[in-house]
Design a protein around this ligand. Structure first.
Ligand code: ADP
Ligand code: MG
Length: 247
């Protein structure tokens, strides 16, 4: 079953056409790695899925419901209903510096006022344990390493019980020795069958954890398929050139 259906998505910033008729599906429980050169539109594509960018044409459906249909957005309430099914993790963590780790996790669920505070507290404790940071619940983000910050960001994204997690280069801002702990958490999530789209330069992770790789260049999907095939036997010259630079 397709949980994300993107068809003919177009996005420009002024005269700059950043996404040119992008079409792809993500199946439930898929882990999709998106690779491609800087400036190819990977972040804009992810941001469009959660309505951090408004697209100029095409459609996006999440679990069957339109986020945008033929370039037309529904009412704010409907947009929120659709985007609330997704959580996003950013390259630079985007934690709230003035809130403790626990407060970072609990802020969004408390603001939505949909469940009792003790249920929220229980979940934040569980999720901090899941990412190995129970002992950091009451510290501020400035006291954490980059790898710890990113694990907090992942736990925070999970607080809203998303159906889909989006990652935009989650390890690119980390020192090499800290990437492993973040990738390990992501691998655990994949093993629990979380549906994930991961923009990444970690080809090892893409090959080991993803079940599909999409290669983007200049606002287009050039090639996609099984990770081993795309990464070891690419069919397109642009993919070959990119991989030769990155492997
Ligand atoms: P990637 O994530 O693959 O590096 P991006 O999606 O960030 O690519 O950017 C694609 C192109 O869109 C780049 O040329 C970038 O400069 C441009 N771009 C991204 N965001 C904006 C913006 N808010 N305003 C203008 N141009 C932008
Ligand atoms: Mg980017």
């Amino acid at each position: 079953m397709a949980i994300i259906e993107v068809s003919e998505l177009k996005k420009s910033f002024g005269d700059l056409e950043v996404l040119k008729q992008i079409t792809f599906d993500v199946q439930k429980n898929d882990v999709v790695a998106i690779i491609g050169p800087s400036g190819s539109g990977k972040s804009t594509m992810l941001r469009s899925l959660v309505h951090l960018e408004e697209i100029n044409g095409g459609s996006v459906r999440i679990s069957g419901d339109y986020l945008v249909k033929d370039g037309v957005y529904p009412k704010t309430q409907e947009i929120k209903q659709v985007t609330s099914r997704m959580g996003m993790v950013f390259q630079h963590f985007e934690l709230f510096p003035h809130l403790t780790v626990k407060e970072n996790l609990e802020l969004a669920p408390k603001m939505t006022k949909r469940e009792p505070t003790d249920a929220i507290r229980r979940r934040s404790a569980e999720l901090l344990e899941k990412v190995g940071l129970s002992d950091k619940a009451n510290v501020y983000p400035s006291k954490l390493s980059g790898g710890q910050k990113q694990r907090v960001a992942i736990a925070r994204a999970l607080m809203m019980n998303p159906e889909i997690l989006l990652f935009d280069e989650p390890t690119s801002a980390l020192d090499p020795e800290l990437t492993g702990e973040v990738l390990a958490v992501m691998k655990d999530l994949a093993e629990e069958h979380m549906t994930m789209i991961v923009v990444t330069h970690e080809m090892g992770f893409a090959q080991e954890v993803a079940n599909r790789v999409i290669f983007m260049d200049k606002g287009e999907i050039v090639e996609s398929g099984n990770p081993v095939e795309v990464l070891t036997n690419p069919q397109h010259e642009r993919t070959k050139a990119f991989l030769n630079r990155n492997l």
